[in-house]
Design a protein around this ligand. Structure first.
Ligand SMILES: Nc1ncnc2c1ncn2[C@@H]1O[C@H](COP(=O)(O)OP(=O)(O)OP(=O)(O)O)[C@@H](O)[C@H]1O
Ligand SMILES: [Mg+2]
Length: 329
């Protein structure tokens, strides 16, 4: 059987022009958001797209959603070509772009879903029935008659999500559906995706490693418009099975260059928090290296180690090995 989504050398280059003043020549900025991305998503699977800011995730979703024209290459969704059959593609997909402004705040929750249901050509009674069914599944039936402006951010996001499901599309494009949600709402949505949408084909972009781990059958790691690695969460982690990561939390100003220079350290990243610095070092044998790292940190003036642990590799570590940067940077 054909894959539900077939992406074929999809390329998108943005060229923005800018002129500061009439006498100054126009300056051009070129961004290669997608570079010949090729990917098949089999029917009924959840495919994760994991990558840092600016990696090209949203651009890929927008191309598949027929909102952005690719520069070259194409894609087919349930056999329909995004360039030649965009209307068929639109009828086949549900898109959730995680923007609470994409519904009407002066309408009630139910009115929004009925309105968008009608745009999807449901009859009045079908739209109402479907709206109530989805509101019930989202745990929002008791708020159905409240205006969206009176709902919480998490509730609004559930309605944005429900809107993508109104017409029962076989393919869902979910662009960071849980971003910025508090943990309860994020968990609700993840459970919904896992338990109620298991028959759909889903492309899910996320920054959250544990979300990708929990929901995705396969994951593509994307960086600077290119797919760097592809596999099940387990396969991806197997690729860095030989590595450990050392997580060290310190106060003061650690000399990161010296840590990087330790024999056996493959990578060292730092994240500055309000009160401390979080260091993550990768090595083939984290336990072996631990004492050398600790000794060196103790020698650094004003540096105090607050916490120290060796962890098994995560998807973020896989990404770091491949690209030299972390997804959550
Ligand atoms: N309309 C546009 N015009 C010019 N450049 C753009 C446009 N849309 C996106 N870009 C650029 O394309 C690149 C990819 O952006 P995109 O939004 O796809 O990244 P992303 O992976 O979704 O990032 P994030 O995690 O921040 O959502 C970025 O460098 C971005 O600045
Ligand atoms: Mg994005």
């Amino acid at each position: 059987m054909r894959a539900a989504v077939e992406i074929d050398r999809l390329t998108k280059t943005f060229v923005s022009t800018r002129r500061r003043a009439l006498v100054v020549p126009v300056s051009k900025k070129t961004v290669h958001a997608l570079k010949e991305v090729t990917l098949d998503i089999p029917r009924g699977t959840v495919h994760g797209l994991l990558g840092p800011n600016g990696a090209g995730k949203t651009t890929l979703v927008k191309c598949l959603a027929t909102l952005v024209l690719p520069t070259s290459g194409t894609a087919r969704v349930m056999g329909y070509d995004i360039l030649r059959q965009p209307d068929h593609v639109r009828a086949t997909i549900g898109v959730c772009q995680g923007n609470e402004r994409s519904i009407y705040w002066k309408l009630t929750a139910r009115e929004n879903l009925v309105f968008f249901g009608r745009l999807y050509r449901l009859t009045g009674s079908e739209a109402k029935e479907r709206a109530d069914e989805l509101l019930g599944q989202m745990g929002l039936l008791d708020r159905a008659d409240d205006k969206v402006e009176d709902l919480s951010h998490g509730m609004r996001m559930k309605i944005v999500f429900a809107r993508a499901l109104l017409h029962g599309p076989p393919v869902l494009l979910l662009d960071e559906p849980t971003q910025g949600l508090d943990p309860t709402f994020a968990t609700d949505l993840r459970r919904y995706i896992r338990d109620r949408l298991s028959d759909r084909t889903i492309l899910l972009t996320t920054h959250y490693m544990h979300e990708a781990d929990m929901l995705c059958d396969r994951i593509a790691l994307i960086n600077e418009g290119e797919i760097k690695s592809l596999g099940t969460p387990h396969e991806l982690k197997e690729r860095v099975r030989d590595y450990d990561s050392l997580h060290v939390s310190v106060r003061g100003e650690p000399d990161v260059a010296r840590l990087r220079g330790i024999d056996g350290v493959i990578n060292c990243t730092e994240r500055r928090r309000d009160t401390h610095v979080e260091l993550v070092l990768t090595a083939h044998d984290g336990y072996e290296l631990a004492h050398r790292v600790l000794d060196l940190l103790h020698d650094m003036p004003g540096v105090k180690v607050e916490n120290f642990e060796v962890r098994e590799p995560t998807l973020d570590d896989v990404f770091l090995q491949l690209t030299g940067r972390r997804i959550e940077d």
